[in-house]
Design a protein. Structure first.
Length: 277
């Protein structure tokens, strides 16, 4: 006979794994942020004072949040029209769009990042195309610039925005679109009043994934952005592995995690309000 605590026993291995691999390291990170030196013998607020009172560190936080927000905006501007095309397309075109969305996930982010170095270089594809078309007369600096990094991250993070959108749009009953059209609703009004609210869960999920991934994309930020751009992931690595200031590195890492969680919560709240508007 089944007992009442059976489901808890089934969930126990997962709960233990979460405690071992997530909760315990997180608590250790919090404890490290309150240490006064790398030996972790004395405790104080020195790491947090250095993290939150230094204008350079605060600017790094703002730069990281702006990078994530701009990447979300760029991917949404491209993914929403593509998702609508997928919604209205036939089976063959749908398979092509889905394959194009999934294909980047099958390639290592390191390979894609280094490929963008070739594309964004002074003699890369973009500059060669613009020079050949006569749009510019000299190569444009794209590497080690924020707009070049956003361009690369838009392609790298696109599947994280597009796939949740496709899943949300696939759940829309076509009868709702026919009902809107039969009641005199224009295409734009149908998209705004019917499609967008029902696609909002996918858009919020995609925006959350893209923001979290772009703002913590250490490899892309370091390789494409270079040392001229200051973002939190590189700063955490520098403080931990170069300067060996573990308390400051821990405080900055917690600041990065808290910032991403706050933005994710804000996006979830915004999506809930739009759905019930």
């Amino acid at each position: 006979m089944a007992t009442g605590n059976g489901p808890w026993k089934l969930a126990l291995p997962l709960a233990l794994a979460q405690v071992l691999f997530f909760v315990a390291p997180l608590l250790l990170l919090v404890a490290t942020s309150f240490a006064t030196d790398e030996n972790l013998r004395d405790w104080g607020m020195r790491g947090w004072r250095d993290a939150l009172a230094d204008s350079f560190h605060l600017q790094s936080v703002l730069n990281t949040m702006r990078l994530g927000a701009l990447t979300v905006l760029a991917t949404a501007l491209l993914a929403v029209p593509l998702a609508l095309v997928h919604m209205a397309a036939g089976p063959t075109l749908r398979r092509i769009i889905l394959m194009a969305a999934v294909l980047p996930l099958l390639t290592s982010v390191v390979v894609r990042t280094f490929a963008w170095i070739v594309i964004l270089g002074r003699e890369g594809v973009i500059n060669a195309t613009l020079l050949g078309a006569g749009i510019i007369t000299a190569p444009v600096a794209l590497l080690q610039t924020e707009h070049g990094l956003i361009l690369a991250l838009t392609q790298i993070e696109m599947p994280l925005m597009l796939l949740p959108l496709l899943a949300a749009l696939a759940r829309i009953d076509p009868a709702l679109l026919d009902a809107s059209a039969s009641l005199g609703g224009s295409l734009a009004r149908t998209l705004w009043k019917v499609v967008l609210p029902m696609a909002m869960p996918g858009l919020v999920a995609g925006a959350t994934l893209v923001f979290a991934s772009a703002s913590t994309a250490f490899i892309s930020q370091g390789v494409i952005g270079g040392g001229r751009l200051n973002y939190l992931p590189a700063l955490v690595w520098q403080q931990a592995m170069v300067v060996f200031d573990w308390p400051l590195a821990a405080a900055l890492a917690i600041t990065l995690m808290a910032s991403v969680l706050m933005v994710a919560g804000a996006l979830s709240l915004l999506g809930s309000r739009v759905r019930h508007a």
